[in-house]
Design a protein around this ligand. Structure first.
Ligand SMILES: CC(C)(COP(=O)(O)OP(=O)(O)OC[C@H]1O[C@@H](n2cnc3c(N)ncnc32)[C@H](O)[C@@H]1OP(=O)(O)O)[C@@H](O)C(=O)NCCC(=O)NCCS
Length: 183
């Protein structure tokens, strides 16, 4: 069983496991049109947010080696401001993804939490490569991955039919040795 270094404190944030009491904050994020604009899902109802939260909690409890969604709290207030997910794929690859509440965006929180999750991905998980995928118009997401030192490796043009239109995908990635060399 993988040993995760949680809770993990960064300069302004605390990363921990999700708990059922996070439902209201998770629903607030996942019901927002702004948040879901470039995601695969539409704004979630409370029941949908509860089901998604339950799945994440169950995965962290029963199969953490397949990945975990990390709850991100603001240390100063204890508020759940976002979450970062890590999904383990074959070949020691992992996918990172972020969702932050609009009230807490633009303060560098996704970058700060993402850096901590990369540390866990290359540390506790022993991954060789971490990648992020995003819709090509999701400029904030691309910027976060660039600030994390990830390399733009692909721009797939109109490779997916999502929400009634052809969407394009950017792929960013970072290798363990690049992370260790402080890229
Ligand atoms: C993507 C997301 C996680 C970023 O969270 P955040 O905490 O605001 O990120 P940070 O503050 O660390 O960095 C955001 C960067 O994007 C930039 N940015 C924000 N909106 C932008 C836009 N429309 N165009 C260009 N850059 C933008 C910010 O200026 C900042 O860069 P800077 O530090 O160089 O100024 C957040 O916007 C979000 O939750 N979006 C909705 C869900 C989503 O799309 N997730 C990604 C799925 S792939």
């Amino acid at each position: 069983m993988i040993e995760l270094p949680l809770p993990l404190t960064t300069g302004r944030l605390r990363l921990r496991h999700l708990v059922p009491g996070d439902l209201a904050a998770m629903h607030a994020m996942e019901s927002s049109e702004d948040v879901t604009r470039w995601l695969y899902f539409e704004p979630r109802t409370e029941e949908e947010a509860r089901a998604a939260l339950d799945r994440r909690i169950a995965r962290a409890r029963d199969a953490p080696e397949t990945g975990v969604t990390f709850a991100v709290e603001e240390s100063a207030t204890g508020a759940l401001v976002g979450h970062v997910s890590l999904t383990v794929e074959p070949h020691r690859q992992g996918e990172i993804g972020f969702i932050f509440h609009p009230d807490h965006q633009g303060r560098g929180y996704a970058t700060e939490a993402g850096r901590a999750v990369l540390g866990i991905a290359f540390g506790a998980y022993g991954l060789h490569r971490v990648f992020g995928r995003l819709e090509a118009r999701n400029a904030a997401s691309a910027r976060v991955l660039e600030k994390l030192g990830m390399r733009r490796e692909a721009h797939l043009v109109e490779n997916e039919w999502v929400k009634g239109e052809w969407q394009s995908e950017l792929v960013y990635a970072l290798l363990a040795r690049e992370w260790r060399s402080g890229v």
